[in-house]
Design a protein around this ligand. Structure first.
Ligand code: ADP
Ligand code: MG
Length: 239
């Protein structure tokens, strides 16, 4: 098995403020990595660097062995799902799903095939002709995941995708994301500040504080053998 995403000596500063400090992270093909840490620790910043939405100050990012540090987001082979859904309000679900593919010039039949597959996997077939305003939060997030799914990418990036949902829906979608990963076997990098999400989803958890990865290990290892007080306190305390 190869390395899917490799982050090497990555630093990022906003003006005088350093948000990520010479950070290193190797993610294996098909691995589910959770970036876990308190608000402001740099999780979204790291994800945005991988996605190409932010320019790094220093360091390099490889995806599937290719140096993408200065590649456009669309050329990185990644799909991203945000907390705020980021759906186009004026378009139907079907158009939301197909938009990126149409822009990329994907043939019509191929688009239809991919949408049918994504809609089936995410159980959103009855919603295809609706607009986002007519959907519940959980349905919107399914569509947002669908938009990454139709692009057939190797790496999924999730930034707190469940934070806007109530506890019951959150638990439901958590299970679905886990099943989705089993089915697709793609690489997932998933940001959350929710300990339960991290413990249930991750192959390995990267616990972050102040732009530094404090510990990177399997959930059970982190739980049983935290490397420092911060990690112990963070995973031990209720969400
Ligand atoms: P997290 O996702 O873990 O909550 P972020 O990555 O969003 O944290 O932010 C990390 C730190 O960087 C925070 O202190 C935040 O205030 C700061 N930050 C994020 N984006 C910007 C920006 N565009 N300009 C200046 N500071 C920023
Ligand atoms: Mg964030």
């Amino acid at each position: 098995m190869g390395t899917s995403v490799s982050i090497q000596d990555l630093s990022l500063s906003f003006g005088a403020v350093t948000v990520l400090q010479t950070l290193n992270l190797d993610v294996a093909d098909g691995e589910f990595i959770v970036l876990l840490g308190p608000s402001g620790c740099g999780k979204s910043t790291l994800l945005n660097c991988i996605a190409g939405l932010l320019d790094v100050s220093q360091g390099r990012i490889f995806i599937k062995g290719k140096n993408v540090t200065w590649e456009e987001p669309k050329d990185r082979g990644i799909g991203m799902v945000f907390q705020s859904y980021a759906l186009y309000p004026q378009m139907t679900v079907e158009k939301n799903l197909s938009f990126g593919l149409r822009v990329a010039g994907t043939p019509r039949e191929e688009i239809a095939k991919r949408i049918a597959r994504a809609a089936e996997i995410l159980q959103i077939e009855p919603l295809l002709q609706r607009k986002p305003a007519a959907l519940s939060g959980g349905q919107r997030q399914r569509v947002a995941i669908g938009r990454a799914l139709v692009r057939d990418v190797d790496v999924f990036l999730f930034d707190e995708p469940l934070s806007n949902l109530d506890a019951k829906l959150r638990a439901e979608l958590r299970v679905e994301i886990k099943l989705l990963h089993r089915k697709l076997q793609n690489t997932m990098i998933y940001v959350t500040h929710d300990q339960i999400e991290a413990m249930t989803l991750a192959d390995r958890i990267a616990v972050m504080k102040g732009g530094v990865i404090q510990q990177l290990d399997a959930p059970q290892t982190i739980y049983n053998r935290p490397v420092n007080r911060f990690v112990a306190g963070f995973l031990g305390s209720p969400a």
